[in-house]
Design a protein around this ligand. Structure first.
Ligand SMILES: Nc1ncnc2c1ncn2[C@@H]1O[C@H](COP(=O)(O)OP(=O)(O)OP(=O)(O)O)[C@@H](O)[C@H]1O
Ligand SMILES: N[C@@H](CCO)C(=O)O
Length: 293
């Protein structure tokens, strides 16, 4: 038996659509696997009632297939589905690390990233790796078709999760098919600024580099109260605010000591819009951890 904890993640970070990702210290999924002749999946925890236990429909089932590793699997969800916090990816990441150990497949953490990404194709139609990469490797990650680079960074964050669901599949439909050269130049500049900020663990640079003129404005329209929550976070001292992944969670970058005030301001703004929400005071953290084997 092997048990692995895989953290929630925030993908895109604004300017790095389908490329950037960051592991969060909390929340997390915990997946336990035991060898079995046939794969069965049991799901408990946050939003379990919305998650299929059929291996054909669960992200973990695709990982079992890719590793040829049938197992009795228990998923304890800490990351609510359709959150923008890499819920589907956290389960897939934990399962990839756990099944690799259980069956002694010998893949490196980096080699497990595309394997876990097969699960994302099951739910969103695209095997994007920007959530599974940080959930496995930890830190800030840059993922391209050539592979993933991970950087340890110490950046305080708040993620505010409203009590509404936005599926990645739906949120990908609003992504523009084209962008102007001006928008491209602005985005490249911002993404590069953010990457430098991560290497320096500088929340001012990271926050400034999250601005994105292409995808985020379209995604923000799907989140009731977004503009007010964003403004409230800036007023409380956030250095940057954007949609986390495909939403509806909203990510705020903070300097040390500002998270409590930023979290309270974001919750108040959602409440003013008539929406219940919860806030996680978190930071960029480590990837999947083996808890028991
Ligand atoms: N193991 C799993 N954990 C969570 N969701 C799963 C899992 N397997 C299948 N799903 C399905 O995936 C969908 C949620 O995935 P989706 O990518 O939309 O959200 P997310 O992972 O929270 O978001 P994001 O990728 O934007 O961070 C739901 O329809 C859910 O039923
Ligand atoms: N890059 C993905 C992350 C969400 O899973 C998107 O924004 O659609």
């Amino acid at each position: 038996m092997v048990t692995v904890r895989a953290p929630a993640t925030s993908a895109n970070l604004g300017s790095g659509f389908d490329v950037f990702g960051a592991a969060l210290t909390r929340p997390a999924d915990v997946v336990t696997v035991e060898k079995a002749a046939e794969t069965t999946i049991e799901v408990t925890g946050a939003g379990a009632q919305y998650i299929p236990e059929d291996p054909e429909k669960n992200t973990v089932g695709a990982v079992v297939e890719a590793l040829d590793a049938p197992a009795r699997i228990h998923i304890d969800k800490g990351v609510r589905p359709a959150s923008g916090l890499g819920s589907s990816a956290a389960s897939a990441a934990a399962a990839a690390v756990a099944l690799n150990r259980l069956y002694d497949r010998g893949y490196s953490r980096s080699e497990l990233v595309p394997i876990a990404a097969e699960g994302e194709a099951v739910v969103s139609g695209v095997a994007h790796s920007d959530n599974v990469a940080p959930s496995i490797l930890g830190g800030f990650t840059v993922t391209t078709s050539e592979g993933t680079h991970a950087v340890d960074a110490s950046i305080p964050l708040v993620v505010c999760l409203p009590d509404v669901a936005v599926s990645t599949r739906d949120a990908r439909r609003v992504v523009p098919e084209t962008a102007s050269m001006d928008a491209l130049v602005e985005t490249v500049g911002n993404a590069a600024t953010l990457a430098v900020g991560m290497c320096r663990s500088d929340p001012d640079l990271v926050g400034a580099g999250m601005s994105d003129p292409v995808v985020t404005p379209e995604r923000a329209r799907l989140i009731t109260g977004y503009d007010d929550v964003r403004a409230a976070a800036f007023d409380a001292g956030a250095t940057g605010v954007t949609v986390s992944g495909a939403g509806p969670a909203i990510l705020a970058v903070c300097r040390g000591g500002r998270r409590r005030g930023v979290a309270a301001a974001m919750l108040d703004a959602f409440a003013d819009a008539g929406i219940d929400a919860r806030a996680y005071q978190t930071r960029i953290g480590r990837g999947s951890t083996v808890l028991e084997e």
